[in-house]
Ligand binder design. Structure first.
Ligand code: NAD
Ligand code: UDX
Length: 484
């Protein structure tokens, strides 16, 4: 019954691109057009070199591009023709003005909504795919209906729960699809229309419907809960180091409780990515605006622990190296915010590298998916600017001189005093650490921020090893009082 439904998605980013590619693959009768104001991004989607690295994505795009999946910069034309319009634009943290550093910046969303209002001549279902503050649908409704020319709009909330690095798998087999809509007959009809799209491949009992505000808030709450688990285990990791417990063992033990569950309990150098911090800040801001400072402070603490974990890591690096890394070469393995992505938005590597640079270290970075340009841009950009589209950012005129980018891990570590592992790329597990050790300055240090290496083996080779939340090397026990 979805014959000839036309879908247009505004925003060809990490969410819009993969999500629409999977809808096109699973629903051959639906024509899907992804539009973006960035011509460079659209051109990349139409080329052999897709603008994002995501396992399995190339394959899906190749199967449907040119058949029922199209990428275009003719935004207005395709919005005009569509029945269902997904809005998947970026909703970064505001950098200035009211709510700066906290509130979601809805500039991109509002301009997309106004454009929809301007060009539409037929009834539209407008789907919030972006993560937005609760009650955004009401604001969007106002923009659309105040510019009404006899067109009927139904606004739905359909937040996306995919994680980068596993986006295709997550989209093929989601834990749930959430659709929020108005309880009116028209609202429920729109919900059903979108439900009919997803049930082409998602089992019906996994498609959850809710009221608009519950759907919008569930996305912010889900990310806050997930991030909170990481901050909880990271807080415990600090206590493990102080007491000789092993955070991996503790996580395993608590995860065996079926009420807690085993997933998402890996201690790390801190969580990164474009979503967690931004969405918690947004949640905190909404709580404050609703007169709930206690609730706001509760969630703020999740970010504070994450910041603490990153700066604690830098101190752990500098302290045992005789309290100075000035002029010393430090190899950084991994720059992306997690493995299997080239995405560096809010990666903990940025804060750690800036911390090391602040101690005058010279760093040599290797990441299998991140380009030198991207690294230089990340290390020179102001906080939060990253989340505004690249094409709107001036290219950084300066580069950080103490930073070099290596083409593999061996080159990065050559002549270095220390190695920091900041992303859990699989290839870092299988490196020839004996060879690496041979080419390093002694004593050779290795700081594992991702629980990647076999600590015992590396100690046998001769490395002084620090691994987050693990019993400390005798060398590190000498400076238990790491203070900043
Ligand atoms: P992104 O920056 O990769 O993509 C957004 C795209 O929208 C950009 O290419 C930009 O050029 C385009 N755009 C902005 N304004 C536009 C306009 N008026 N018209 C046309 N195109 C416009 O962002 P993303 O990572 O895909 O995230 C999009 C939304 O999805 C955000 O709200 C984010 O919070 C949410 N989200 C992201 C993830 C994730 O893993 N990245 C997961 C779930 C939800
Ligand atoms: C997250 C949510 O998981 C996803 O549902 C939502 O749609 C978008 O935000 P993403 O940020 O892409 O996805 O990746 P995720 O796997 O959640 O990892 C986020 C960060 O937490 C990464 O830096 C990761 O390394 C870190 N992490 C994750 C840990 O440090 N420990 C863990 O146990 C899990």
């Amino acid at each position: 019954n979805n014959n000839m439904v036309k879908i247009c998605c505004i925003g060809a980013g990490y969410v819009g691109g993969p999500t629409m590619a999977v809808i096109a693959l699973k629903c051959p009768a639906i024509e899907v057009v992804v539009v973006d104001i960035s011509i460079a991004r659209i051109n990349a989607w139409n080329s052999d070199q897709l603008p994002i690295y995501e396992p399995g994505l190339d394959d899906v795009v190749k199967q449907c591009r040119g058949k029922n999946l199209f990428f275009s910069h003719e935004v207005e034309k395709h919005v005009f023709e569509a029945d269902i319009i997904f809005v998947s634009v970026n909703t970064p943290t505001k950098t200035c003005g009211l709510g700066a550093g906290k509130a979601a910046d809805l500039t991109y969303w509002e301009s997309a909504a106004r454009m929809i209002g301007n060009v539409s001549k037929s009834d539209k279902i407008v789907v919030e795919k972006s993560t937005v503050p609760v009650r955004t649908a009401e604001a969007i409704e106002k923009i659309l209906t105040h510019n009404n020319k006899g067109v009927n709009y139904q606004i739905l909330s359909n937040p996306e729960f995919l994680a980068e690095g596993t986006a295709i798998q997550d989209l093929f087999n989601p834990d749930r699809v959430l659709i929020g809509g108005r309880k009116t007959p028209e609202g429920q009809k729109a919900v059903q229309t979108l439900k009919d799209v997803y049930t082409q491949w998602v089992p019906e009992d996994r498609v959850i419907t809710a009221n608009l505000w519950s759907a919008e808030l569930s996305k912010l709450a889900a990310n806050a809960f997930l991030a909170q688990r990481i901050s909880s285990v990271n807080a415990i990791s600090a206590l493990c180091e102080a007491t000789g417990a092993d955070v991996a063992e503790v996580a395993y033990c608590i995860g065996k409780d079926s009420r807690i569950g085993p997933k998402f309990l890996n201690a790390s150098v801190g969580f990164g990515g474009s979503c967690f911090q931004k969405d918690i800040l947004n949640l905190v801001y909404i709580c404050e605006c609703n007169g709930l400072p206690e609730v706001a402070n509760y969630w703020k603490q999740v970010i504070k622990i994450n910041d603490y974990q990153k700066s604690r890591f830098v101190s752990r690096v500098v302290a045992p190296m005789f309290n100075t890394v000035s002029g010393k070469k430090i190899a950084v393995l991994g720059f992306a915010f997690k493995k299997d992505t080239g995405d560096t938005r809010e990666t903990p590597a940025i804060d750690v590298c800036k911390g090391l640079l602040g101690n005058n270290a010279s760093i040599s970075i290797y990441d299998p998916q991140v380009t030198e340009d991207q690294i230089q841009r990340d290390l020179t950009m102001n906080k939060f600017d990253w989340d505004h589209p690249i094409h709107l950012q001036p290219m950084s005129p300066t580069t950080v001189k103490q930073v070099s980018v290596a083409s593999d891990a061996y080159e990065a570590a050559k002549g270095a005093h220390a190695i920091c592992i900041l992303t859990e790329w699989d290839e870092f597990k299988g490196l020839d650490y004996q060879k690496i050790y041979g080419n390093m300055k002694k004593p050779a240090f290795l700081f594992d921020g991702r629980n990647v290496v076999d600590v015992e083996k590396l100690r046998e080779i001769g490395f002084i090893v620090y691994s987050i939340g693990k019993p400390l090397d005798p060398w590190l026990l000498q400076d238990v009082s790491v203070v900043d």
